[in-house]
Design a protein around this ligand. Sequence first.
Ligand code: SF4
Ligand code: SF4
Length: 371
Amino acid sequence: MLELIEFTVTSRCNARCRMCHMWQRRDPDIPLEKIKEVLGSRAVRGSLINLVLTGGEPTLRDDLPEIFRFAFEDLGRLEYATFFTNSLNPRLAQEAAAKIAAYRKQSGRKDVSFSVGLSLDGIGKTHDNVRGVDGAFGRVMENYLGLKALAERGCFDVGFNFTVQRENVLDGGAQAMLEAAEGALFPITFTLVYGKDVFLNRVNIDEWGGQDEAYRREVVRFYEEAARRADSGGLIIDNGTYYRRILSQLKGGPRTLPCLYKEKKACLVDADGSVYLCEVTKDSLAGNIYENNFDEIWNSKQKDSAYAKMLRHCPDCLSSCLGSGRYQLKEVWHSGGMAGIAKLSLGEFRKRMKRISRLMKQYRYAVIPRL
Ligand code: SF4
Ligand code: SF4
């Protein structure tokens, strides 16, 4: 059952990010009617829980709120709705968020948690350098403050996504952001850039730089620090599990991170209409919505063979993927099973309950599909 769609609703982008080639593409935007057709298909309509709209820069589409309106009205099982933005045009992002929150209210879907994820890859010049735009950091801050004010009235969440990469690891920017996040207690996730051929329109899976020992050492050091702070409760988004698992993989261990793509519960629809079974490899191409309708693609033989090809990439995949928020909850709750829980001291039990309630809040916060 398909639970999550990551929809690249446009490849147009006003940023020039170093880790992403999406902005070099020239796809026409997928028409609104086509997007509605996908969301309204049999494979999606009755099962979708989580809708993530991304790009390019999704706020460059005037009809972004209309996509959410359709989802609120037509997807009965929907629980999470998110869009990501680079914040380069704070006015567009805030107008879109206000409209989407209003549509959610009008459609009576208070049960759907709506959130906006802001990309933030460093403080000041570090962020500007990664995004390839002077003054980009200031605009993220402006956008955050504007959205926070709106969010209080419109009841939605705002948080940051930090992409850990060469530019912000080697200049100490990632470490500085860890400290700032802990000091200010703002919600942020630190995910490692990885050769996401599909999502970032990359051509080479090694582009993340893992072959360079000096960089790899610094990344390991960063995640050790992030895991320590997450475990001690210093970071509001407690993704210690992700940090620990990525660490053990970086140190040569097997991949243990869960993945909704691998579970066949998620897919990515690209801006050119391609349907991929995972965001990492183009080997996972199952079809194209301009050639076949989504139900045909989802039930096709090509989907099965694409899945088999995709699996070959999984053992070495360093992507944060999707769904580990859920696993984290399971892990905290089930560690040692019921017998283990029964043996806990009262203090430890309380501590664990507190962590679970924090994770519940975190998981409710829908920027988490990236975890
Ligand atoms: S990472 Fe996002 S903001 Fe940056 S160029 Fe790519 S699509 Fe645009
Ligand atoms: S390659 Fe990575 S993202 Fe794709 S299904 Fe495998 S583990 Fe998940």
